[in-house]
Write a protein that binds this ligand. Sequence first.
Ligand code: 6PG
Length: 266
Amino acid sequence: MEGAGEIPKSTRRTPRSWSQPPVLVYADTKEVARAVAKRFVQMSRESIAGGGAFRVALAGGKTPQLLYQLLADHEFRSQIDWSSLHMFWGDERCVPPEHPESNYGMARRELFARVPIPRENIHRMQAERTDVEQAARDYEEVLRQFLSMDAQGFPRFHLILLGLGQDGHTASLFPSWSAWHDAPGWVCAPDVESAGVRRMTLTLPVLNAAHHVIFMVTGEDKADVLRRVAKDGDQRLPAQRVRPVEGELLFVVDAAAGARLRGTAP
Ligand code: 6PG
């Protein structure tokens, strides 16, 4: 069994040869949120015009909070056709929706409570269920119902928002979880000590099936790991293995997180 520090074998899908992803650096967290909010509006318009709906997997954690607040403010709220949006999650903690650590709960407080999105368009991961493995399989059926498939049979989101942990995790694909790079299926429920509470997460092939993936990374505590992911290409980090097969990858970061992207490796 591979340990967390070894370079994982090739994943189920042969990744293209790696090249540094585009990184946009903004002055601060508010400018990062504004930049992503503008892209969110643009992508929603393009996808609704092209096919009638905009299907997004939201990120959890603290970083996207400002973005969700901004999308709920009149400036951006008024530019979005909320009835054509379907919201999903990239991962969820195994806690009830009203728990302070719930990713759904945070999005409900900061966004859904302030915008006219139909309740039936919000597809939360029921990670609080006792049989979380069954809940993961049930979420795969939700993805099958609402998403189209790519050429390799994986569900395709229009946009997946992701964050970056200091250990290089993204969604709930943690480097300390030996199966992060080849977990089966579309949704799984890793029980990883370093994650604290148990999680439910989309698997790597689903992240890589997306039309667009945007990483939002802010804060000086992410400068080292962002360099390892976006400049050094360290394959031991799950975030570095997010490479949309037929989609676009973009990092939107603040100056503090991007401080180590310039210059040569130490
Ligand atoms: C979660 C997220 C996780 C997060 C990173 C960064 O449920 O915690 O999905 O992957 O994006 O841990 O978290 P911060 O934005 O809080 O730094």
